[in-house]
Design a binder for this molecule. Sequence first.
Ligand SMILES: Cc1cc2nc3c(=O)[nH]c(=O)nc-3n(C[C@H](O)[C@H](O)[C@H](O)COP(=O)(O)O)c2cc1C
Length: 300
Amino acid sequence: MLEVELCDIKMKNPTMLAAGVLGSTAASLNWAARSGAGAVVTKSFGLHPNKGYVNPTTVEVTGGIINAIGLSNPGVDTFYGELEKIEKTTPTIASIYGASAEEFSQIAAKVENLVDIIELNVSCPHAQKGCGASIGADPKLTGEIVKAVKNAVEIPVIAKLTPNVTDIVEIALSAEKAGCNGLTLINSLGPGIKIDLDTANPILSNKFGGLSGPAIKPVALRCVFDVYDAVEIPVVGVGGISDYRDAIEFIFAGARCVQIGTSITYKGLDIFKEITDGMKKFMYNRGYESIDEMVGIAHK
Ligand SMILES: Cc1cc2nc3c(=O)[nH]c(=O)nc-3n(C[C@H](O)[C@H](O)[C@H](O)COP(=O)(O)O)c2cc1C
């Protein structure tokens, strides 16, 4: 009933672990898979090791959290060792970032034998200069990176887009035209800031960061709704999903799959089973037999 295909990759259900929330080690990716996720996305990794920002890198705010981790990761050569230890029971998606089409292509080519899909992080709102959202805000650059990675690998390539642009549809269309096989919407919103009343300083070491969690759900849902109308390739929805009702809303808006990030910090990895059990009951009660028949029905 919950089975779904994303870019010809079969998933037992449409839920996925979102990039960056756990996903830094094989152990945490395997744990998410065993907890019932239909697929797992790694923490974004780049060509070289990156320390990221110093603490504090996350702060809780009403409706979610603001984070500026700064894409800390050990680099592709070390992360390769983690990818080798992943149990092959659940599709694995490698989230990668870089500062150029060449860097993205090099990383993707190094890991394509160990993963099912590449997710291009062209959308991090607190990445170092030249990476992340500075790419994803530019339709031409986004298209160039998609094209280069598509030429470098055989496996499907998905681009994860930022909501922090004037027109996300323009970026989505450019990625699709360049040969992208799917789109993940959205990375965290913002950037946002929180100030400590005692010290009168911004709390995060980087001062600002990306907002995630339930507060961003209506924006994420609108991005999925708009992009679904404009493209032919599948859309993966992410942003503020905390229960099965949220997941169904995203599917009705046009998402084929949904990713869960911040809510794991509130509910733990049991959230995957909670959401899939809830979805099954909802579908049974409403007479839906497959995810496919629910995708995008809010557009009728
Ligand atoms: C602590 C933290 C780290 C994140 N790291 C990444 C990352 O490495 N790559 C990426 O593409 N997105 C990253 N994200 C963004 C999430 O994957 C997701 O797009 C966003 O948080 C919205 O979903 P959510 O509200 O379910 O968390 C991160 C989010 C959080 C909260």
